[in-house]
Design a protein around this ligand. Structure first.
Ligand SMILES: [Zn+2]
Length: 682
């Protein structure tokens, strides 16, 4: 299920988010530290100096196929997939005879409600029939603010969405921001690029898919409605800001007093929306992320007939629930969103989808049981030490920067001093007491879980900032930086090989999880994060000259990454991926410094023929072994702020002086950049 009304949209994640993973590790009684290098995946026919990704991961790429139920495969995906049977075991052990409203009953019955395919198939579309009927019954466009509020509560796609955040101009309080939304395809480019054959083809298939789905609920005018829906979404896409524009935290901060909303969108009944969404009385103003978009939406509301809007909302309501309805709906939904859009041949087995549903609805309940079973305390202790060393390395590094003035350095140090690392799992868990889960009511469970999450976020308004909250579950193989709380967060599940190997020598761990930690810290100092201070407020703490020097360096990175072409005709968007590329480059540089600090002046041991510095860079590279189906790769180039993994390896290493030294790079090597072309920021 899609998360509703979350405060997580600002989180800068390590990789695109997908449901999660983890294998228990035992520490040998007499640990002989290993190199941690997966030598079986190294392709010796390619020199590391020519292509570090193909050298370190070449044999993995040759010998592994993407599973039929996945759009991509690699270290992240394998770990995420390995978590699913562990969570299934936890769910099955919860016990179906558990006491009513206990955690165990909820875990067990939500799973059972999704696994009961016979009943679900017998019900067809009937579990959402009354919701569909209420759209059919709309008499006037004046009722649409209420429809949008209802859609927001259940996470169905609507023209805009609210989110609860800390106010970026006063981080001591929560506010509601309103952001653009409303599309059934991953990005506005899918609607607007007329010169792109592949995106055009997806558009044609999308319209056919809507026609089919509407036909399945008895719409006798399905083809004409689908055509109108695509036209309406195309107009919405035109009014939307691009993903690059949305990366600007200053331009997307537009405080609008409630009394002024009518000036922005004359005639739109905000009072009705705020009442129905339950936001009324809780805030004095909203932060409107894209004011011109809201104007554009309001114009479309006026110009398009009620019948078109009704068709649009019916479609998105159906789409929101399609995977949880009878097989004909879930199969057709997968045929478009799985196969056509992302290239996946087969759906995942039902039990995996059930686990993912639990992840969305009861994530922290599972998380509590997961860490008790699969997260050894010694992992947390070693991780804390690593994070501590990374922060020390950052501090030292800021002091030695040759391009930054003492005033700006002082501000950067002040921000660094307030970083809050969170490791493993939350010290305070979400209390699910008020969420009712029933064994025989899947759609009811999904709606109540969405409503629970919506209310949980809404209830923050007017209260002090909750610094204990987590934006990911502990069983997620990922990490994030949150600029509002200035925190770096590492869920338990990322602390396993190849990211973190308790049985390996430090070098490979500094290169892998160390670079992950460095990456997350660096988000505090990327082109977006550097606009916030340590208290989470948008405040320009840079001198003009330093800011110009910083921008010159980041523009060089934009140029470097824009030249990478993962799929013919689809280059990397250097501007969309800039923040992540800064984090990758700076994170690895800082991790390298931290590794040298950890050696404490002693030479690193040679293990399996590799020096410590070499293990560090191989450890970094092997984390990114992966392959993608072409449709998925294109969708990510359009919508994912991360560069494709092979360029996270090559693009980053080309800028690291330590890499040149470790492998003695020469001008004739393909990875070689002249010293003046290398971008070194932090
Ligand atoms: Zn990141």
């Amino acid at each position: 299920m899609k998360k509703v009304f979350t405060s997580t949209s600002l989180l800068l994640m390590l990789t695109a988010c997908a449901p999660s993973a983890k294998t228990p590790q035992t520490v040998a009684a007499n640990p002989q530290l290993l190199s941690g290098i997966d030598t079986q995946w190294i392709d010796t026919s390619v020199r590391i100096q020519d292509d570090a990704n193909l050298h370190v991961n070449g044999n993995w790429i040759k010998k592994n196929e993407i599973p039929a139920d996945k759009s991509a495969w690699g270290a992240f995906y394998e770990l995420r997939d390995a978590t699913l049977p562990q969570l299934k075991g936890i769910i099955e052990n919860a016990g179906s005879s558990a006491e009513t409203n206990s955690d165990a009953q909820k875990i067990s019955d939500l799973y059972a409600s999704f696994m009961d395919e016979t009943s679900i198939n017998a019900l067809g579309v009937s579990p959402i029939a009354s919701q569909l009927e209420s759209i059919n019954a709309l008499k006037s466009k004046q009722q649409i603010p209420t429809v949008i509020a209802q859609f927001n509560r259940v996470g169905a796609t609507a023209p805009y969405e609210p989110a609860v955040h800390q106010d970026a101009k006063d981080s001591t309080k929560y506010i509601v921001d309103i952001g653009q939304s409303g599309l059934g395809l991953p990005d506005r480019d899918y609607y607007l690029k007329d010169d792109d054959v592949k995106l055009k083809d997806i558009r044609v298939k999308y319209q056919a898919h809507i026609t089919k789905m509407l036909g399945m609920i008895g719409d006798t005018n399905a083809a004409a409605n689908a055509k109108n829906i695509l036209s309406l979404e195309t107009a919405i896409a035109k009014a939307q800001w691009t993903k690059v524009e949305n990366r600007d935290p200053v331009k997307t901060y537009n405080r609008v007093e409630l009394s002024e909303l009518n000036k922005l969108t004359p005639g739109y009944d905000w009072n009705q929306y705020l009442t129905e969404s339950d936001i009324k009385g809780k805030v004095d103003y909203l932060v409107v992320s894209q004011p011109s978009y809201l104007k554009g939406f309001n114009a479309l509301l006026k110009s398009q007939p009620l019948s078109v809007w009704k068709a649009y909302f019916r479609w998105h309501l159906l789409n929101n629930y399609a995977s949880y309805l009878s097989k004909n709906f879930s199969d057709e939904s997968f045929a478009f969103y799985g196969t056509a859009l992302r290239g996946i041949p087969e759906p995942e087995p039902r039990w995996k989808r059930a686990v993912r549903l639990e992840e969305g609805a009861l994530g922290e309940l599972l998380g509590k049981l997961y860490v008790a079973k699969y997260f050894p305390p010694q992992h947390k202790a070693r991780m804390e030490k690593l994070v501590g060393n990374l922060l020390i390395a950052y501090r030292t590094s800021i002091d030695t920067l040759d391009w930054m003035s003492p005033e700006t350095k002082k501000e950067a140090q002040a921000k660094l001093a307030t970083f809050n690392p969170k490791i493993g799992y939350p010290n305070k868990w979400i209390d699910y007491t008020t969420l009712v889960i029933s064994k025989n009511d899947l759609i009811g469970n999904i709606n109540r879980a969405s409503q629970f999450e919506y209310n949980r976020n809404l209830n923050k308004l007017g209260k002090p900032i909750d610094r204990d909250e987590w934006g990911m579950t502990p069983q997620t193989v990922n990490a994030y930086y949150n600029p509002e709380l200035n925190e770096i967060v590492f869920p338990a599940a990322i602390m396993q090989p190849p990211f973190f190997n308790i049985n390996a020598d430090d070098a490979v761990n500094y290169g892998a999880i160390g670079a992950v930690i460095g990456h997350e810290i660096s988000h505090g100092f990327d082109d977006q994060g550097s606009q916030y201070d340590g208290h989470g407020n948008l405040r320009d703490w840079w001198t003009k000259e330093d800011h110009e020097k910083f921008s010159a360096k980041t523009q060089q990175l934009v140029k470097q990454y824009s030249a990478y072409i993962p799929v013919p005709g689809y280059p990397v968007n250097g501007e969309l991926t800039l923040g992540e590329n800064i984090a990758d480059n700076s994170g690895l540089a800082i991790a390298y410094k931290a590794y040298l600090i950890s050696l404490n002046g002693k030479p690193a041991p040679i293990i399996e023929g590799y020096t410590g510095e070499q293990r560090f860079y191989v450890g970094f590279s092997q984390v990114w072994r992966s392959k993608f189906r072409e449709e998925e790769a294109i969708s990510r180039i359009k919508a994912d702020p991360h560069s494709p993994p092979q360029f996270r390896v090559i693009g980053t290493l080309k800028n690291q002086p330590g890499f040149y030294k470790a492998f003695d790079l020469k001008e004739s090597d393909k990875m070689y950049l002249a010293p003046g072309e290398r971008v070194i920021i932090w």
